[in-house]
Design a protein around this ligand. Structure first.
Ligand code: AMP
Length: 315
């Protein structure tokens, strides 16, 4: 096992202009591990309550995900509700019920402490830190967060940011975190909160794609003023039904690809961004996890080839 994720496993209630789901399997670690499972066999650390269904547990195992770190505690599973605007670009969190996460103490199994690739998916920053401090020698540490933690745990978030190599957040979170509208200026401020010369920031821009900025590769041909930048468009899609989990699926594809190829060069990070974008693009085509659970490797390969054609040009 070389990829470990800690995050939420949830029951989501989602309303989009194109569909509605009540108490569907969701959570940041769920989307992450499902997406990553197409590249490697990830291990998941999270907690669920007594109401967690056996079928949902089986779904993880069926995808080769190691759930020996999935604890079951007295109480109810974390529950989240969200509603999207007509253009699907903005979302309101209707409720966040932490439930079993309130008293969760992640204790890693010996095999999990050896993980080389670690992703701290969206969850309370102090839980992210508790997990990270137990890992013996991580090669690459990634982190995701959201407005809820930027507002409710800013100091804990600032602490953990000093320990991560790859931060994956969306554009509105980058603006909220830095109080800076311009994304390049916001990126510089965020990179300054991360370990000097070792940090990479990926700003997700929804349907418009992503910006990856780094201080870790000053000698790359894409670098200027010690900042290396990569800009990837979104994969154009006709059917977008539910954006929930797109960011986590992106991160799962990104880290799954990096763990599979075992290469953290700038050029490979770019390819990993493509793998992540493709996983995010599948995720949004159906409600909840429905598209990811029925996805095939051939469909992924096909979309990667298409993406290459769509973005290639001769200067
Ligand atoms: P995304 O659409 O990628 O931002 O992720 C949505 C997922 O994050 C949903 O499945 C939720 O269950 C989960 N989620 C929402 N709020 C939180 C939170 N405060 N902490 C952890 N996970 C959350």
């Amino acid at each position: 096992m070389s990829l470990l994720v800690v995050g939420s496993v949830a029951y989501d209630s989602i309303k989009t202009p194109f569909g509605e789901e009540k108490r569907a399997l969701g959570g940041s670690a769920t989307y992450f591990s499902l997406a990553a499972s197409f590249f490697t066999a990830p291990a998941l650390v999270a907690v669920v309550g007594e109401d967690f269904l056996a079928d949902d547990e089986k779904l993880f195992s069926d995808h080769g995900i190691d759930i020996s770190g999935l604890q079951r505690a007295a109480g109810k599973t974390f529950a989240w509700g969200g509603e999207y605007s007509f253009d699907l670009n903005s979302r309101t969190s209707l409720f966040t019920e932490l439930n079993v996460f309130e008293n969760f103490k992640p204790i890693l199994l010996p095999a999990h402490k050896e993980a080389e690739y670690v992703f701290l998916a969206n969850i309370h920053p102090s839980l992210q830190k508790e997990v990270l401090t137990q890992i013996k020698k991580p090669r690459l540490v990634g982190l995701d967060t959201m407005n809820y933690w930027i507002e409710n745990a800013p100091h804990e978030l600032a602490e953990i940011l000093k320990l991560v190599n790859v931060l994956v957040i969306n554009d509105s979170e980058a603006r909220e975190l830095t109080k800076e509208h311009n994304l390049l200026k916001a990126a510089k401020k965020i990179l300054a909160m991360m370990p000097a010369e070792e940090s990479t920031l990926i700003i997700k821009r929804g349907e418009y794609g992503l910006l990856m900025l780094s201080q870790a590769f000053p000698k790359s041909e894409d670098s200027k003023d010690n900042m290396t930048i990569f800009n990837l468009p979104g994969y154009p899609l006709e059917d977008v039904v539910d954006p929930t989990g797109a960011g986590d699926s992106f991160a799962g594809g990104l880290f799954g690809y990096l763990a599979q190829t075992h290469n953290i060069s700038w050029e490979n990070l770019k390819k990993a961004c493509v793998a992540g974008s493709i996983m995010g693009s599948f995720c949004v085509e159906k409600m909840g996890t429905k598209r990811l659970v029925n996805l095939t490797r051939d469909e992924i390969e096909e979309r990667i080839k298409n993406f290459k054609k769509l973005t290639h040009f001769e200067a």
